[in-house]
Design a protein around this ligand. Structure first.
Ligand code: ATP
Ligand code: MG
Length: 196
């Protein structure tokens, strides 16, 4: 082991829209703060949106409607900002892919993995029906409502995308279920998985 570097964790948390990532990440941060760990949480979409606002984009949900080249530039800027964080635990709330009209676009292409250098990849998952209901019931956001069949397909694509991230980085990936009403338990499972 080298000079305590093993204590520094950069955790990428992915999940398809509405699965409950942000809810779970907030709970994880709350728990780690109680343990006096220095934690920073970065919603990749929010960091990208801060950059996008400078080019006139007005809502967070407009981001995925930009063309691939525009999204790529915003991703790189966001990754560089996050990579400059100094905390013991850096949590990145993001997507393994984004559905665009050109197809499934990777949220973590190799050039971003090389900037971020994550130590762990966690996918938050749930039963397709629960994801469907969470998307439908959450009035605070403007998510695309898609069929249960399409949600199942998205979960399969997510596994494939995250496997590639794991191979490219040499860091482990783990899929964790965020069961209905079990945010606390999901957060504990993630904390346990990353050895904190
Ligand atoms: P996005 O990728 O679009 O940002 P997200 O994965 O971050 O989505 P959240 O905003 O955290 O999703 O959660 C979506 C909705 O699901 C919210 O209304 C949240 O309260 C609810 N939710 C999250 N986890 C659970 C759970 N375990 N049980 C019940 N409801 C949940
Ligand atoms: Mg979110």
């Amino acid at each position: 082991m080298v000079l305590g570097l093993e204590d520094n964790k950069k955790i990428v948390i992915v999940g398809i829209p509405g699965v409950g990532k942000t809810t779970v990440v907030n709970k994880i941060a709350e728990k780690l703060n109680q343990q006096n760990k220095s934690v920073s949480v970065h919603s990749f979409g929010t960091v990208m949106f801060e950059e996008a606002k400078k080019s006139g984009v007005q809502s967070r949900d407009e981001l995925r409607k930009l063309n691939v080249e525009q999204q790529k530039n915003l991703q790189k800027k966001a990754a560089e900002t996050i990579a400059n964080s100094q905390e013991d635990v850096i949590i990145i709330d993001t997507h393994a892919f984004i559905s665009t009209k050109e197809g499934f676009y990777p949220g973590l292409p190799n050039y971003l993995i090389q900037i971020l250098k994550p130590t762990h990849f966690i996918a938050i998952s749930a039963k397709p029906q629960e994801i469907y209901d969470r998307r439908t019931n959450d009035d605070t956001r403007n998510r695309d409502i898609i069929s249960i069949g399409s949600i199942k397909k998205e979960l399969d694509v997510q596994d494939a995308m995250l496997s590639s991230c794991s191979v490219l980085s040499g860091s482990p990936m783990k899929v964790i279920l965020n069961d209905e009403g079990k945010v606390e338990k999901t957060a504990d499972t993630v904390i346990n998985a990353i050895g904190l």
